[in-house]
Design a protein around this ligand. Structure first.
Ligand SMILES: C[S@@+](CC[C@H](N)C(=O)[O-])C[C@H]1O[C@@H](n2cnc3c(N)ncnc32)[C@H](O)[C@@H]1O
Length: 306
């Protein structure tokens, strides 16, 4: 394990191990008080948060290789699954506005809530739309246009399951996630859920963030130097990163018999920085190529194997 201050790290280990027990027995409570969204460190105002959801949809469109008009045509009447939407169902609302039939959001933690702040975000999302798209966005609520009335489950359904998985078979045209797969505790089970829930001609798109989520202490990626056993004791119940690198995702896709249509890093760490941490890596990461180790985040697009 890499350290520059052993006392500080022992204290961190003890504290993190104790709080992991809180997270084990009171998971909803723990995740609510420490919750991260995919939206980054500083929580912005409602317009900035709305920007984030518009950007998510643009990214999904680009991963599909479609222009604006093609994206809307593609979404028409589609049934969509989103893993781990976080506290605001902004992507689901926009996909519905653009033409999707239904969106099912499934999470392991009950983060979704209709707070004052979140209602302003829904309003900001709707205010930027016009015509039919605005009407469709408003229709996601029990009382059209009123977030306080809650989501109409026939259009946007939100469910929390023990595993964060859908358990469905052959019903979704599109399955998406962003900043979620790096948190799942059983990657193989998640890929199997994608495989089972996706229709034969469906597509599944995931943005995966391999960064440390604030767990590096001295150098980039030093969170990969805790032994597997220590890391598990400290973080296994907190929804923190599972630490798997891109090679594990490729393996999980192959094991589930999903074909990888696109796999691309969109941020990388320099090889020099990898070199400084390489001698201290935990066992699971020692045989990964430098190139794969350098990936900080990536996109993965999956389809059924023909
Ligand atoms: C960093 S947040 C990202 C939220 C949202 N996708 C965004 O981009 O803002 C991670 C999400 O993954 C969810 N999550 C964590 N572990 C999960 C699991 N095993 N299965 C499904 N979702 C999980 C969290 O509850 C949370 O909603």
């Amino acid at each position: 394990m890499y350290t520059e201050n052993i006392k500080k790290d022992v204290l961190l280990f003890v504290k993190a191990t104790l709080t992991n027990q809180i997270a084990k027995f009171l998971p909803g409570f723990y995740v609510r008080i420490t919750a991260q969204t995919g939206r980054g460190e500083g929580e912005g105002n409602s317009d900035e948060i709305a920007d984030y959801f518009y950007q998510c949809c643009r990214d999904y469109r680009e991963q599909l290789g479609l222009d604006e008009a093609e994206f809307r045509a593609y979404l028409s009447d589609k049934t969509i699954l989103e893993y781990g939407p976080g506290d605001i169902l902004g992507v689901a609302l926009l996909l519905r506005a653009y033409g999707a039939k239904t969106i099912h959001c499934v999470d392991r933690f009950p983060l979704n809530k209709i707070s004052e702040k979140n209602m302003l975000v829904y309003q900001a999302l709707i205010n930027r739309l016009a015509g039919d798209e605005k009407q469709r966005a408003m229709s996601v609520f029990n009382v059209p246009g009123d977030p306080e009335s809650g989501f109409n489950r026939d259009i946007i359904e939100y469910s929390v399951t023990n595993s964060g998985l859908s358990g469905e078979t052959d019903i979704y045209d599109l399955i998406i996630s962003r900043a979620v797969l790096e948190h799942v505790n059983d990657l193989e089970a998640t890929f199997l859920d994608i495989k089972n829930a996706l229709k034969a001609a469906g597509t599944s798109i995931h943005k995966v963030d391999l960064k440390s989520h604030g767990l590096d202490r001295y150098r980039p990626f030093d969170f990969l130097t805790w032994s597997n056993a220590s890391y598990r004791l400290m973080y296994s119940h907190k929804g923190f990163p599972n630490r798997w690198r891109v090679n594990k995702y490729v393996q999980a896709a192959q094991n589930a018999r999903l074909s990888i249509k696109n796999l691309a890093a969109n941020e990388t760490l320099s090889h020099e920085k990898i070199d400084t941490i390489a001698p201290y890596l935990a066992e699971d990461f020692r045989n990964i190529s430098k190139e794969e180790l350098s990936w900080l985040s990536f996109w993965m697009v999956l389809e059924h194997v023909d």
